[in-house]
Design a binder for this molecule. Structure first.
Ligand code: DLL
Length: 435
């Protein structure tokens, strides 16, 4: 039994009791220590002292990404800085960065949450955990690092980049667990194969704990075949806690939420109404016991659902479905809503296609154009025009039939889409300034 097993098998009523008690304290701490919450609770007429059931939380106002940005850098901190031991930040590519702070206890819980993923994979002190999420303000590197230490693994803090060196270390150190984004894992796999290595003979990998970006089931199957290991999906975000908010077990049937630390709701993103289990909507998170920057009803903008029923693994923490993407990444193509990962899933049914693509948004007059730039594998005969035209037609037809969308398809040469060491950039928006 792993050290996390007891809490992961508690009867659900007991988990709800932990959530209720923790959120009661969280609400009072927020109200008494953070001006923002005092103001927003008062304005919404929400009394944190009379909170008595998890359903009462629907009366509390939401916290948005904009609120976090407006509070930069420390306005949402609920403890004095002397108690804050570590800071992380989002990259801020779409605006002002958001800040996450951790007390010593927050860091310990973070490590324990990520360690669950390692234990789900059957890992522990006999494992060598190779971490090539970026170390630094991004939560990937250090979150996985604390998790690896908490699970008792031998930890290799590689950080991202220098792919050939990653491969050498993976091989020579006999790493058994690989932690990085799925797109970087694919780049490592492709590079290893190009170097003439045989992952079955040359690597000793048991599992990959991959997240920070959406990836389709077909992408995962390809990755598992190339590296001969199991891929577990891990979810997290700078604003609530880095990787470890939810992680898949070996059943690969949804991500177990760390429900002793986070309470999840799914809402209709348009009306804000709470949705029943099974329905897709926006994930809203409330922290149960975070000290430095507690969050109350944080709107993640991530689209998922609570999977109804129990997991075959016997763990009682509820599961969220694999994320299709964020509300902001959803494309509306002639009235049809679609996420890049769904386009990826269809593209990956073609043997000729590599895992690399970009969705280019452009404008012709008043019309938005969506073009899928899809990269072929190196063994594809790119000089044969008829080959390219056939593939273009087939992919276009497959997109229409599977997703009901009409996409322009542009087949591009092997290795022409930029590789990423962190999160892959799937959408390229050329529309600004084109009017
Ligand atoms: O990406 C934290 C993380 C690091 C998670 C390593 C997993 C592994 P941010 O940079 O703040 O934090 O980005 C958070 O990334 O709101 C989702 O939109 C997306 N995301 C994170 N995990 C997944 C996942 C980290 N497993 C944002 N599947 C989130 C799909 C994910 N999207």
């Amino acid at each position: 039994m792993g050290k996390q097993d007891e809490v992961l098998h508690l009867p659900h009523e007991q988990i709800e009791q932990i959530q209720l008690e923790g959120i009661k304290k969280t609400l009072v701490a927020c109200y008494e220590n953070v001006d923002f919450y005092k103001k927003s609770f008062d304005e919404a007429g929400f009394d944190p002292y009379s909170f008595n059931s998890l359903d009462d939380l629907t009366k509390a106002p939401f916290l948005t990404k904009q609120d976090l940005r407006d509070s930069y850098p420390y306005d949402l901190f609920a403890v004095p800085l002397s108690e804050v031991k570590e800071i992380h930040m989002s990259s801020g590519t779409t605006g002002v960065a958001t800040v996450g702070g951790y007390t010593e206890r927050d860091l310990e819980i973070w490590g324990d949450c990520f360690a669950r993923g390692i234990e789900f994979a059957g890992g522990g002190p006999d494992d060598v955990c190779h971490i090539c999420y970026g170390y630094g303000l991004f939560t990937g590197g250090l979150g996985a690092h604390y998790g690896s230490l908490a699970a008792g693994c031998t930890t290799i803090p590689m950080s991202a980049g220098n792919t050939e060196r990653q491969i050498r270390v993976l091989r020579e150190m006999g790493s058994t667990i690989l932690c990085c984004t799925p797109s970087y894992a694919m780049h490592i796999a492709d590079t290893a194969l190009e170097m003439g290595l045989d992952p079955v003979k040359d690597f000793n990998l048991r599992a990959g704990i991959h997240g920070a970006e959406p990836f389709s089931d077909n992408f995962r199957a390809d990755l598992e075949a190339k590296l001969n290991y199991k891929v577990l999906d891990v979810y997290g975000l700078t604003e609530t806690m880095g990787p470890g908010v939810a992680i898949e077990c070996l059943d690969q049937n949804g991500l177990h939420l760390a429900e002793d630390h986070f309470f999840a709701e799914i809402i209709n993103p348009e009306t804000g109404e709470r949705l029943p289990d099974g329905e897709w909507g926006e994930l809203v998170l409330t922290s149960v016991d975070r000290e430095a920057v507690p969050v109350v009803r944080y709107r993640t903008r991530d689209i998922t659902r609570i999977i109804p029923g129990d997991c075959a693994c016997g763990r009682t923490h509820r599961r969220i479905d694999r994320l299709h993407g964020r509300t902001d990444d959803m494309l509306i193509i002639r009235g049809v809503n679609v996420f890049p990962s769904q386009i990826e899933d269809v593209m990956k049914t073609f043997d000729e296609m590599s895992s690399w693509y970009e969705i280019e948004l452009s404008r012709k007059g008043s019309l938005d154009l969506v073009t899928l730039k899809a990269e072929v594998n190196p063994d594809f005969d790119f000089d044969q025009m008829s080959n390219i035209q056939r593939l273009q037609k087939e992919i276009k037809a497959a997109m229409k039939s599977a997703l009901s969308i009409g996409l322009e398809i542009k087949i591009v040469e092997p290795k022409s889409i930029p590789r990423s060491e962190g999160k892959a950039k799937r959408i390229v928006d050329l529309r600004e300034g084109t009017d």
